[in-house]
Design a protein around this ligand. Structure first.
Ligand code: CFM
Length: 554
C-alpha cells in the first residue's frame, strides 16, 4: 500500500483537496451528492457545516448500511429475551438475523424464558410467495404458542411479505383473539419493517418503537417503582455494557425500571410508564419512545452517555441532580470515588503508549460519537468519523431538528399522534422545578451532535463506503480503524488494526468505569502491536502480480 502519501500535519486545505480528489472518481452527479455528505468539519459562525444525512444510498455504492428489518428485529427487539420474534419470510432473513449482534441477557431464574438463542421463521417458499403466506404465518404463531406459551409473540415482515401484500397485522389480531377467547393471556403484534421500507436501519428503529409503544408500554399499572426509578433507553447490552451500568446505578440506589432494550423483558416495557425519568443513551435509535412517553405520561428525558469515564461520572451526577436528594448526590460521589483509582492506575500505565495515536470511527448512529470520549481519555486523536444512518441532528445537534427536510422516504414511516393520557399523565416535575434545575445548568432533552465535539481539522462523513474507507486508510494510516464486520478484513489486509465497535469483536463490556479500563487495555494492545504491519499483500511480495489487481492500480 502506498505509504509515501501518508497525510501528517495536514491542514484543512489538504483535507479539502483530498475530498476533491476522492470525489473525482465518481460520475459528476454522484460526486455532487457525495460532496454534501463528505465534510471537512470547519465551523462557520460557530456552527458546524450542514451535512446531508438519512437519504438513500446512491445505487452502485458499496454502503456499510443495513436494512429496515435489521433495525427493527435485530436492533430494537433483538435483545428482549421473552418475546418470541417470528420472522415472516424466507429462511435466510431469519438465519442471518439470528444472534449476530452480541446483545447479552441474564434470565433471572429457570422459569424465565430466554428465546434469544432460537431462530423463529415461517420459512416462506415459492408456493407461499405465489399463493400468499398468511395461512402459514397463522399456523406458525399457533405452533409457537403451543410449544413455548410465551407472554408475547412479535411478527416481522421481510421484503417479499410487503411485495405480495400479506397482512401480518390481521394475522396477529386473528390468532390473538382466537387464543384470548380460549382464556390465554397473550399479546401478539406485527411490524411492517420490510427491508426496503426506509433508507437504512433507522426506519426500522422508528417502526419498532411505534409498535412497542402502541402495544406494550403502559399495560402494567400495578408496578410499584422504587424511590429513584429510571428507564434506560437506547442501551442494548452489547458485550454486557448494560450489566455494568445497572450494577453502578444500583450501588447508588437508582433502580432501572425498564431498559429499551438491553437485557429487557416484556414486563419491563409494560411498566415503563411508571418510572420518573427517561435516560437516553443512543438517541438515534430511540428518541421516539422518550418523546411519546413524555407527552403521554409526563416523564421527562435527558441524554446520558456511559462510554468514557468523564461521561459516565457526568451522567450519574445528572441523574442525581434530577432527583435532587442530598443523600443520593452524596452516594453517587462515593461510588465515583470508589471507581476512580482503578481508572487512574490503568491510564497511568497505558496513556504513555497511546498518547498521540490516531483513530477513525465509522459506526451506525451514536457510537462513532460516544467512543471518541474514550479515545480522548487515552490521548488519541480522531481523524475522521461518521455514521451509517444517523440524521442531521446527530451530526449538528438538536438545534437543527426544525430544519430537517422530510422527504418521501421519511414520510413512508408512520408518525404516531400521541396525547396526554387522561388518567395517567402525571408531570414528574412542576414547571418551577424544571426552571430551577435549568437555572442550575441542567439540560432536559438536549444533545450536541458529533461535529461540535470533533476538531475542526477532521473529516465527518455520512454513509461511508468501501472505496472511501480504503482511501482514508491509505492516506492517513490511522493507528486503529473502528467499524463493523463488513469492513474488518479489508482494513486489516491493509495492515491497520481494526476494532469492531458494533459487536466489540469478542470483547467488552466497555461501558462505565470498568468498561473504560477494558477498552483502554484493548486499544493499547491493538495500536501497539506490530502484527498488522507484517501483513503483505501478494502484489507487494511480488510486484509482477500487481497488474492483475485492477482496483489497486486504478
Ligand atoms: Fe444506537 Fe446501537 Fe448505534 Fe444503533 Fe446499530 Fe449497535 Fe451501532 Mo451496530 S442502537 S445507533 S442500529 S448505539 S447495532 S448497539 S453498534 S449500528 S452505532
Amino acid at each position: 500500500m502506498a505509504t509515501k502519501d501518508k497525510l501528517v500535519n495536514f491542514t484543512n486545505r489538504d483535507l479539502n483537496d483530498l475530498k476533491e480528489e476522492l470525489l473525482k472518481k465518481y460520475p459528476p452527479k454522484v460526486a455532487r451528492k457525495r460532496a454534501k455528505q463528505f465534510m471537512v468539519n470547519e465551523a462557520t459562525d460557530g456552527n458546524p457545516p450542514e451535512i446531508q444525512a438519512n437519504v438513500r444510498t446512491i445505487p452502485g455504492i458499496i454502503t456499510m448500511r443495513g436494512c429496515t428489518y435489521a433495525g427493527c428485529k435485530g436492533v430494537i427487539l433483538g435483545p428482549t429475551r421473552d418475546i418470541v420474534n417470528i420472522t415472516h419470510g424466507p429462511i435466510g432473513c431469519g438465519f442471518y438475523s439470528w444472534l449476530t449482534r452480541r446483545n447479552q441477557t441474564k434470565p433471572e431464574s429457570n422459569d424465565d424464558w430466554n428465546f434469544m438463542p432460537y431462530a423463529f421463521s415461517t420459512d416462506m417458499s415459492e408456493h407461499d410467495i405465489v399463493f400468499g403466506g398468511e395461512k402459514k404465518l397463522k399456523q406458525a404463531i399457533r405452533e409457537a404458542y403451543e410449544i413455548f406459551k410465551p407472554k408475547a409473540i412479535a411478527i416481522f415482515a421481510t421484503c417479499p411479505v410487503g411485495l405480495i401484500g400479506d397482512d401480518i397485522h390481521a394475522a396477529a389480531r386473528e390468532v390473538k383473539q382466537e387464543l384470548n377467547d380460549k382464556g390465554v393471556d397473550i399479546n401478539i403484534f406485527g411490524f411492517s419493517c420490510e427491508g426496503y421500507k426506509g433508507v437504512s436501519q433507522s426506519a426500522g428503529h422508528h417502526i419498532a418503537n411505534n409498535q412497542i409503544f402502541s402495544h406494550v408500554v403502559g399495560l402494567d399499572d400495578d408496578a410499584k417503582p422504587a424511590k429513584y426509578s429510571i428507564n434506560m433507553l437506547g442501551e442494548y447490552n452489547i458485550g454486557g455494557d448494560a450489566f455494568v451500568i445497572e450494577e453502578l446505578l444500583n450501588r447508588c440506589g437508582i433502580e432501572i425500571n425498564a431498559t429499551f432494550s438491553g437485557n429487557s423483558t416484556y414486563d419491563q416495557f409494560a411498566r415503563a410508564h411508571t418510572a420518573d425519568l427517561n435516560c437516553i443513551m443512543c438517541h438515534r435509535s430511540i428518541n421516539y419512545v422518550a418523546e411519546m412517553m413524555e407527552t403521554k405520561f409526563g416523564i421527562p428525558w435527558i441524554k446520558v452517555n456511559f462510554l468514557g469515564v468523564d461521561s459516565t461520572a457526568k451522567s450519574m451526577r445528572k441523574i442525581a441532580q434530577y432527583f435532587g436528594d442530598k443523600e443520593l448526590i452524596e452516594k453517587v460521589e462515593e461510588v465515583i470515588a470508589e471507581e476512580m483509582p482503578a481508572v487512574e492506575m490503568a491510564l497511568a500505565d497505558i496513556k504513555p503508549r497511546t498518547e498521540g495515536k490516531t483513530a477513525m470511527l465509522f459506526v451506525g448512529g451514536s457510537r462513532a460519537h460516544h467512543y471518541q470520549d474514550l479515545f480522548k481519555e487515552m490521548g488519541m486523536r480522531t481523524l475522521a468519523a461518521g455514521y451509517e444512518f444517523a440524521h442531521r441532528d446527530d451530526y449538528e445537534g438538536r438545534r437543527v431538528l426544525g430544519d430537517i427536510k422530510v422527504d418521501a422516504d421519511s414520510r413512508n414511516i408512520e408518525e404516531l399522534e400521541v396525547e396526554a393520557c387522561p388518567t395517567r399523565f402525571k408531570p414528574r416535575k412542576t414547571e418551577e422545578e424544571k426552571a430551577q434545575l435549568e437555572a442550575e445548568g441542567f439540560e432536559f432533552k438536549g444533545y450536541d451532535g458529533i461535529m461540535s465535539d470533533m476538531s475542526t481539522d477532521s473529516l465527518v462523513i455520512d454513509d461511508l463506503n468501501q472505496y472511501e474507507a480504503d482511501e482514508l486508510v491509505k492516506r492517513f494510516r490511522p493507528d486503529v480503524f473502528c467499524a463493523g464486520i463488513k469492513e474488518k478484513f479489508g482494513i486489516q489486509k491493509m495492515g491497520i488494526p481494526m476494532k469492531q465497535l458494533h459487536s466489540y469483536d469478542s470483547g467488552g463490556p466497555y461501558a462505565g468505569f470498568k468498561g473504560a479500563v477494558n477498552f483502554y487495555k484493548e486499544i493499547d494492545r491493538l495500536v501497539n502491536s506490530r502484527v498488522w504491519s507484517f501483513m503483505k499483500a501478494p502484489w507487494e511480495k511480488n510486484p509482477e502480480l500487481s497488474a492483475t489487481f485492477v482496483w489497486e492500480n486504478n
